[in-house]
Design a binder for this molecule. Structure first.
Ligand SMILES: Cc1cc2nc3c(=O)[nH]c(=O)nc-3n(C[C@H](O)[C@H](O)[C@H](O)COP(=O)(O)OP(=O)(O)OC[C@H]3O[C@@H](n4cnc5c(N)ncnc54)[C@H](O)[C@@H]3O)c2cc1C
Length: 349
């Protein structure tokens, strides 16, 4: 290509790369140079790590939530800070054939008094859910129930919650340092009450062994990819490996479900390829659409939620509430840094 009267033209192609970065020349003629630059993924990784770092920073946690534009941006992922805001959305979802789960935001409480307040909140929620006849479950973080003060503290509060309802009380999975204690609490309560479920994270290398250990308990298990900043020694850092692990766990648990050894299998993901893989695996195993479930977060992939429900799948949306939303919100931004655009838009008049 020759452009009379101009100097040489250069084109730079920016491409996704998994872990590596670099640049080079693809083509270099007299008139045109085509360069490649492998940078994008690393920029995203840096952004993701910064957001995860921000999620644990007390200075930011104290100041950012006070900014009006940040508060407005959270509306996309949570309807409000009060449980009545959750109920309103759950009623709306119910008309579309979608069930719900709720969680009171917060983690790592500072005293057992706080853990008792959390327990009180959930007990009230369970009473209201029962009165309204809603198909809504609760999902609780072990550190909200007092895990930092001892396994027994969290265990006894989880048991009290499970005793207050017949529906499943889900135990969230937090950072890797809590996994052993979370499993201990879960298995101990499961011996007394059938209605507890556990979340497992596919990014953790240990999860297949953990699942092998608990699956024989006729457990209800929710598989997610994992939302915390974990070192490579314990977690896969490459999305391809995390996705493959998610698919493998899905296959293991759906096989268990088909054989009757696993209770409920819930796939907590918004990822179309994970959803597609789960459907394929389930269909190969002869499982019907209502023999496994999909769960998504409020405000994410709304169209996919509706599509799955109208195809006969069981779908549950997790609706969060409460004032301690900052770390949780930072993790949602880290999952998809493009969401920062929604925050930026709130700065516009
Ligand atoms: C019901 C439920 C319960 C969960 N419980 C836990 C838990 O107990 N412990 C834990 O560590 N993690 C939990 N998570 C979070 C989970 O670990 C992931 O961080 C989160 O679900 C994103 O992973 P993904 O499977 O959607 O796939 P990703 O690979 O992160 O995303 C796939 C696609 O989904 C969409 N998407 C994903 N996240 C977002 C977002 N925030 N905003 C907009 N679009 C998005 C995008 O289109 C993206 O391309 C839970 C998630 C769900 C849905």
């Amino acid at each position: 290509m020759s452009i009379p009267g101009t100097t040489k033209v250069g084109v730079s192609i920016v491409a996704y790369t998994d872990r590596k970065w670099g640049s080079g020349v693809l083509l270099d003629t007299e008139d045109v140079s085509i360069y490649f630059r492998l940078i994008y993924y690393d920029t995203l990784s840096m952004l993701r790590n910064s957001l995860l770092w921000a999620s644990t920073n007390p200075f930011l946690a104290e100041r950012l939530p006070k900014a009006r534009f940040v508060r407005r941006a959270t509306k996309r992922f949570m309807p409000g800070e009060e449980f009545r805001d959750v109920i309103k959305e759950a009623e709306r979802l119910r008309t579309k054939g979608i069930a719900s789960t709720t969680t009171l935001l917060g983690e790592n409480n500072n005293s057992l008094k706080e853990a008792d307040a959390v327990l009180g909140h959930y007990l009230t929620d369970l009473r209201v859910i029962d009165e309204l006849g809603l198909d809504m479950e609760v999902s609780v973080k072990p550190t909200q129930l007092g895990l930092d003060f001892g396994v027994e503290e969290a265990r006894s509060r989880l048991l009290e919650l499970a005793e207050a309802t017949d529906s499943i009380v889900w135990l969230d999975m937090e950072a890797s340092e809590y996994v052993d204690r979370t499993l201990d609490i879960f298995m101990s309560v499961k011996e007394q009450r059938h209605n507890v479920g556990l979340c497992v994270q596919s990014y953790l290398k240990r999860t297949p062994d953990d699942v092998a250990r608990i699956a024989s308990y006729d457990c209800s298990i929710r598989i997610v990819k994992g939302a915390y900043n974990e070192p490579e020694s314990v977690a896969f850092s490459n999305k391809k490996d995390v996705d493959q692990a998610f698919e493998d766990l899905t296959a293991t648990l759906l096989r268990g479900r088909a054989q009757g050894g696993v209770g409920r299998v819930v796939l907590g993901t918004h990822d179309p390829s994970m959803i597609g893989a789960a459907k394929r695996i389930a269909s190969d195993l002869g499982l019907k659409e209502d023999q496994y479930e999909f769960a998504m977060l409020f405000g994410i992939q709304r169209r996919e939620q509706l599509r799955l429900a109208s195809d006969g799948h069981k779908v549950r949306v997790l609706i969060s509430y409460g004032s301690a939303w900052f770390p949780w919100y930072m993790r949602r931004l880290a999952e998809r840094p493009a969401n920062l655009w929604f925050v930026a838009k709130q700065l516009l008049p």
